[in-house]
Design a binder for this molecule. Structure first.
Ligand code: URA
Length: 243
């Protein structure tokens, strides 16, 4: 049993803001268990009782999970005084769900960003103790070497003396400019850039391509997003991806 205010249920479903939901109720557009709803404050168990809004049955979902292909130029935040935020890329119903980024990407980093209204889920992804590896595609100046990969495995010491947990550097191509996949399970500030800077190979491009076993959907163009399937929500915790 889960008793929740009716205006919150309607807002959480992305159908209206809380105040719009109250207006819909007052104007007779909402029924609860077959009878007209009276107030946004009334408490309803949405798992037990049918709620109809403007003639359509509300599908109740406790939490929401989206993936976005984050473009460069946006900060991973819901609000910012000076910068464009990823939340500004959400439109329609998804902009009313109270989604926030589960972890951060730098303003100039692209790729997989998870957005959710589930704080526990976000915490489980972010905390290093849970050992969720994040995979990045990187381009660097300078030739990456097997010695660099070995340094990742043993734990890179950043220029400020901070030691990182062991990670992986799988080189794709090495030359004046190199490409590689990096896997890490921490989220220190600018971590991948600082790890490679410590090896003298500055990052020139960075894109996150996977979180745990969940890969970025290649169909999503920069700035696009979509809801995760139930299987994808769990894939984050089911091991690593095959990059
Ligand atoms: N590491 C970085 O340096 N930047 C990011 O955005 C993510 C990981």
């Amino acid at each position: 049993m889960e008793w929740i205010r009716l205006d919150k249920i309607i807002a959480d479903a992305g159908l209206a803001s809380r105040s719009e939901a109250s207006r819909l109720i007052k104007n007779g557009f909402v029924t609860v268990g077959g009878r007209p709803a009276t107030s946004g404050a009334e408490k309803v168990d949405p798992t037990e009782t049918e709620i109809i809004v403007r003639g359509k049955t509300l599908v109740y979902q406790r939490h929401h999970y989206f993936m976005m292909n984050k473009p460069s130029g946006y900060v991973s935040a819901t609000e910012d005084r000076n910068e464009k935020t990823v939340s500004e890329l959400l439109d329609g119903a998804s902009s009313r769900l109270g989604l926030f980024p589960a972890g951060r990407l730098d303003k100039d980093t692209e790729g997989l960003l998870l957005l959710t209204d589930d704080g526990d889920y976000a915490h489980r992804i972010i905390t290093p103790a849970k050992k969720i590896y994040k995979t990045y595609y990187v381009e660097t100046d300078g030739a990456l070497t097997d010695g660099d990969s070995a340094a990742f495995l043993s734990g890179i010491v950043l220029r400020d003396g901070l030691r990182c947990l062991p990670g992986r550097l799988d080189i794709i191509a090495s030359g004046i400019k190199s490409t590689a996949y990096v896997k890490i399970r921490e989220g220190k500030y600018h971590q991948v850039k600082r790890m490679l800077a410590a090896l003298g190979k500055p990052v020139t491009y960075l894109r996150r391509v996977a979180i745990g076993g969940l890969k970025l959907d290649g169909q999503l163009k920069a700035g696009q997003y979509r809801e995760l399937t139930a299987e994808e929500v769990g894939a984050v915790f089911s091991g690593d991806c095959d990059y």
